[in-house]
Design a protein. Sequence first.
Lengths: 550, 303
Amino acid sequence: MTTSTLDRAVSPTPGVGTKGNLLAGTGQLVRLALRRDRIVLPLWVLVIGVMAAAGAGAYETLYPTQAERAALTATMGSNPSLTLLYGPAFDLSTAGGFTAWRYGTLLPLFLALACIFTVTRHTRQEEDTGRQELLSSTVVGRYAPLTAAVITAGIGALATGLLMVVTLAGAGLPAAGSVAFGLGTALVGLVFVGVATIAVQLGEYSRTANGIASAVLGATFLFRAVGDSATDISWLSWLSPIGWGTQVRAYADERWWVLVLLAGAALLLGTIGYRLLPRRDVGLSLIPARPGPAEASPGLNSVLALSWRLHRGALIGWLIGFAVMGALYGSLTAGIGDLLGDSAQAEQMIQRMGGSESIERAFIAATAGITAMIASLYAVQATLRMRAEEVGIRVEPLLATRVSRLGWAASHLTFVLLGTALIQTTAGLFMGLLHGLRVNDVGEQLPSVLGASVAQLPAIWVVAGAAVVIFGFLPKAATTAWAVAALFLLISMFGPAVGASQAVLNVSPFQHVPKLPSADFTATPLVWLTVVALALLGAGLARFRTRDIG
Amino acid sequence: MDNAISISGLHKSFGRTKALDGLDLSVATGEVHGFLGPNGSGKSTTVRVLLGLLRADKGTVNLLGGDPWHDAASLHRRLAYVPGDVSLWPNLSGGEVIDLLGRLRGGLDTKRRQELIERFDLDPKKKGRTYSKGNRQKVAIVAALASNVELLIMDEPTAGLDPLMEATFQYAISEEREKGRTVLLSSHILAEVEALCDRVSIIRNGRTVETGTLADLRHLTRTTISAELAGHPNGLSRLEHVHDLKIEGNHVRFDVETSALDEALRQLSSIGVRSLTSQPPTLEELFLRHYTDTSDSKAASAS
């Protein structure tokens, strides 16, 4: 079946695309893209599409009585540290309202990422590899590749939204709210399809284009996070498409007009992308490349120096992101307690969160965990850089010199291990500093917050180790390392909410880190996590040393 | 004789695909050895085994007196490699790549580097993808030739070079030979092979089908004879190594294998020769015969 699909995708079909030369061949390109993404696209549609319904089912069991639901509204719903992550809670007294709150920011975030990567993959990456030239020499219109990428990502976004509507309604939630939630999420995806159409015109490489679009996504998420947590600057949320997604207020007296805002933004951004496209040549960008030095500086004399050149751009970007994130969390920490008030239920809630007498400490512990989970994504990205070098046949000339395989891998893993340490420490440093400044106690707060962040490092390295194992043993399926990282993240972020069993929660390494500073410091789990990380690294490298390259 | 490379009975499979099926190859120290074969015959796989990038399933491989799999890094100090498909880092200039690869090999001759950059007319300031295929190839060639090594392994290095650069390349390789360096040169360009190679090995379907000097190989092929005889040509069809015999009156035309040339000519002169032309095989014919399928050659020998 798959072969026939491929045949159809590449065989010229007369009559298709004759409507306008500029779009000629779009149909075939869409089929080619769907054929190439036949596993990954259904996978993200499925995971993102059913997650909300899965969570909705747990609501009835977790909060069966009216009293418990009222308590939920009073505690969780007004907890700014939670609105920071999940957005404003409009109605926690129904399963639908709870689901829309719990998943209303993160699922659109994941969908937006998937849409960005899909557009880039079928546009910039095709140009990077030179495949686009091959395709463009056939009857393919100038706008066809971008249109095909937009259609492919659009199909994914709309399919995800549709699956959400069907599964949520199927789980017994009100139809109107389900449509609002599914459509809102899909439209956020389409907005970032629009962002990606611009990013691929600006960045010269797929990596740069992904970086630009992801940075925009990160900024909009931050705007929403700040706007939702701080009442005096709530207008910030309205600068963010993800904020609009929550403002649809699914299951809480839906505001349908906000959907028009999203659709309009998607259309506007897409139009800008299409307008920019004819202003550049295939393979080049709007920002022209500058010539480099004729001779290498004396420092460029080892694979480590080369790896620094390859990793520094991404690392600096992550570093800035983590500094901003840490500063943001730090500046919010002190206000958390005041906003919560002093209800008995709140106290109970905080204790249940595995914390202590202080909500501030619980907040610090929670954010240290969140930054660590995000840092583990950098670990995967940096580890997979090795695979990209291998597939790009750039590693072979290096290994044909006196560079050993382990030496080459070590040069990259230096940036994986130290890079994660650096960004995680930076987040902790800025959070501790800002929090300390606000409470006039830098001397006390900085080490405590920093400690909570640094304690997460062994868990991050376990994710890095898993990525190295996959790179060593299953190089052709190296991208599944993302799935592993995403699984850990989903378990730790949503597992407690859907009432997952302890055995499931224990799968994630982040579950085992002591929740500093509220909990007591215990070295044992950290030692074990380090041992696991080292074992995984060792096994992956041992396999890499003896497997075929390429 | 001292061999820089000796391979015998090399096997390598990728899943169910057999890439190498008992390949033999020996390259003497100081020679330029042509490594030929149709696309997909296993040349690049052999090169990658020699570099320790792939692990051999079976067979022995000796490179500069060591095992390329176990002693990869130490052997690599003594060789330079030019891949057939050069991919550069997008954010590094060509000059930086040349210096980096040279330094990783253990140093490069900066005077020679400058000279080669000028000779190959390369702009070292350009970055990664802004180079054309030919120019990317030049970056790898300059990096290899500017390093001080005993052995050059080149996998179709001139694919993508213009004729002028091709000539520059040939001149540079002949200089390397004079310096006593060993070169393993995989190539499809026959003029290049003829101009540069002391010996050649031809492989097909992962197996060596022929190896020797070009003169040796010519001996293994057929000469076309066309003759006007004094009488009717008799007895030629009985000769074992005569092919495609055509007789028109007293005129005869046939192909004969080099080993039987003597006998065939004796038969002709016994009848009496009025005129005779003989045509040695061209290099193209020689290679085409080795490149075409086994079924063809079987059919040819059966006829």
